[in-house]
Design a protein around this ligand. Structure first.
Ligand SMILES: *Cc1c(COP(=O)(O)O)cnc(C)c1O
Length: 426
C-alpha cells in the first residue's frame, strides 16, 4: 500500500498530537507548568547549548504549545512554527529577527488597522522603517525597494475590505530582490489559502481569529516555510552570523530549513518574552479541530449576506470578493476557490450617521472590534478601529466614513439577514 498524505481535516485534528505517553490522555493535555526538570547535568547543558531539543521553560517552549505549532505548520505546509502571545507579538518577533535599526520593510497599505499603527509608530521607535505600497498596483512594491529593504509584508485576504491579494506577483518581486515575503494569513486561514504554495517565506497569524475561532483566546503564530536562504549575502546577521550566547553556532548553518523558526524562538521569544499561555494553546487547538467546517460555513453565510445586502435600497455598494462582478472576484477564484472568507465591507447611502445607526440597532450581530468568532460581528471602522487615521488614510485602508465591516458568524443565515433588515429599517 502506498502511503497517503493526510488531508486538511485529518491534519486539523491529528497533526502534532498523540495520546499522552504517561496517562494515555487522548485530547492534548494543558501542561500548565513554568519549567521542566532536566534528566541530568549533561542533558541540561545540551538543551541550553541548542545541541538537543527539549523543554526548559515555558517562555521558550511548552508541550501543549508544541502540538499547536506542529499542527499549524502542517496546515500551512511549513517546516516549523512558533506560537506567541498574540498576532501583534508574532509581527514583532518576525521583524526583530530580520531587521536592524535603520532597516526598511515594505508593507501593503491595506492592512489590519492595528498593524498600520504598529508599523507606523511602535516599529519606528525601534528604528524599523515601513514603506507603504499598494496591492492594487504591485509595481509599487518594486518601486519601493531600496538597498535597506529587508522584507515585504502583505495580508492574503486584507482587513477590513476582504480584498484578495495577488500573492504570486508580490512573491516574484520579493524573490528577485532577495528579501523574504511575509504573509499575514489571518483572514483566510490555511483552509482557504496556503500562502506558502504561492511563494510566501514566512506566514503569520492572529490565532485570536479563525484558527481559535470562538472569540475566547488571544494568540499568534509564526510559520517558517523553509524556503529562504538567510546566509546568502549577510543581510540577516541574526541567522547567518555566530551566536555568542550559543557557543558561536550559526543558526542557518546548523538548522537549515527551519532556522527562521529556531531564531524566532531562541532569540525572539527568549529575549522579548511574549509567550503563549498553554491554556490558550489548548483552546486554540480545540478550535482548529473544526477549522475547515467552520470556515466553509463562515464563507457560505458571508456570501448569502453579501448577496442580500447588494439588493438592499439603503446599501450603496458591497465589496465581497465572493460576488461575481466584484473587483477581486478573479483573484478570489484563483487564490481562494472554496469561498472568499467571512469578512467584508459595504457602504451605506446615509454615510457616517447611517453607519452609527446600524451598529446601534443590530441585536444578533455584536458591535465590537474582532473578526473570526462563531458569533456575527459588526463594526464601523471609521469611528473605531481606523479612527486614528486621517480621512485619506482611512479611504486608502478601505475604511471610509460610510463603510461598515461584517465578520459573518456561524448562525443561521436567515437570522442574520433578518437582524440586518430590522436594523437598516430602524
Ligand atoms: C487581529 C489581527 C492581527 C493582530 O492580532 P492580535 O491577536 O489581536 O494581536 C493581525 N492581523 C490581522 C489580519 C488581524 O485580524
Amino acid at each position: 500500500m502506498t502511503e497517503r498524505l493526510p488531508g486538511f481535516s485529518t491534519l486539523s485534528i491529528h497533526a502534532g498530537a498523540q495520546p499522552d505517553p504517561t496517562t494515555g490522555a487522548r485530547a492534548t493535555p494543558i501542561y500548565q507548568t513554568t519549567s521542566f526538570v532536566f534528566n541530568d547535568a549533561d542533558h541540561a547543558a545540551s538543551l541550553f547549548g541548542l545541541q538537543s531539543f527539549g523543554n526548559i521553560y515555558t517562555r521558550i517552549g511548552n508541550p501543549t504549545n508544541a502540538v499547536l505549532e506542529e499542527r499549524v505548520a502542517a496546515l500551512e505546509g511549513g517546516t516549523a512554527a512558533v506560537a506567541v502571545a498574540s498576532g501583534h507579538a508574532a509581527q514583532v518577533v518576525v521583524f526583530q529577527t530580520l531587521l536592524q535599526p535603520g532597516d526598511e520593510f515594505i508593507a501593503a497599505r491595506r492592512l489590519y488597522g492595528g498593524s498600520i499603527n504598529q508599523f507606523s509608530h511602535a516599529f519606528k521607535s525601534f528604528g524599523w522603517n515601513v514603506v507603504w505600497a499598494d496591492t492594487d498596483d504591485v509595481s509599487t512594491f518594486e518601486k519601493a525597494l531600496t538597498p535597506k529593504t529587508k522584507a515585504i509584508f502583505i495580508e492574503s485576504i486584507a482587513n477590513p475590505g476582504g480584498t484578495v491579494t495577488d500573492i504570486e506577483a508580490i512573491a516574484a518581486i520579493a524573490r528577485k530582490a532577495g528579501v523574504p515575503l511575509i504573509v499575514d494569513n489571518t483572514l483566510a486561514s490555511p483552509y482557504l489559502i496556503k500562502p506558502i504554495d504561492h511563494g510566501a517565506d514566512i506566514v503569520v497569524h492572529s490565532l485570536t481569529k479563525f484558527l481559535g475561532g470562538h472569540g475566547n483566546s488571544i494568540g499568534g503564530i509564526i510559520v517558517d516555510a523553509g524556503t529562504f536562504d538567510w546566509s546568502r549575502d549577510g543581510r540577516y546577521p541574526a541567522l547567518s552570523e555566530p551566536r555568542p550566547e550559543y557557543h558561536g553556532i550559526k543558526l542557518q548553518e546548523t538548522f537549515g530549513n527551519f532556522a527562521f523558526a529556531i531564531a524566532a524562538r531562541v532569540l525572539g521569544l527568549r529575549d522579548l518574552g511574549p509567550a503563549l499561555s498553554p491554556f490558550n494553546a489548548f483552546l486554540i487547538l480545540t478550535g482548529i479541530e473544526t477549522l475547515g467546517l467552520r470556515v466553509q460555513r463562515h464563507s457560505d453565510n458571508a456570501k448569502a449576506v453579501a448577496e442580500w445586502l447588494s439588493t438592499h435600497p439603503a446599501v450603496a455598494w458591497v465589496n465581497y470578493a465572493g460576488l461575481p462582478g466584484d473587483r477581486y472576484h478573479n483573484l478570489a477564484r484563483k487564490y481562494s476557490p472554496k469561498g472568499a472568507g467571512a469578512v467584508f465591507t459595504f457602504g451605506l447611502k446615509g454615510g457616517y450617521d447611517a453607519g452609527i445607526s446600524l451598529v446601534s440597532n443590530v441585536k444578533l450581530f455584536s458591535h465590537l472590534a474582532n473578526v473570526g468568532d462563531t458569533r456575527s460581528l459588526i463594526i464601523h471602522p471609521a469611528s473605531t478601529t481606523h479612527s486614528q487615521l486621517n480621512d485619506a488614510q482611512k479611504a486608502q485602508a478601505g475604511a471610509g466614513v460610510d463603510v461598515v465591516r461584517l465578520s459573518v458568524g456561524l448562525e443561521d443565515k436567515e437570522d442574520l439577514i433578518a437582524d440586518l433588515d430590522q436594523a437598516l429599517k430602524a
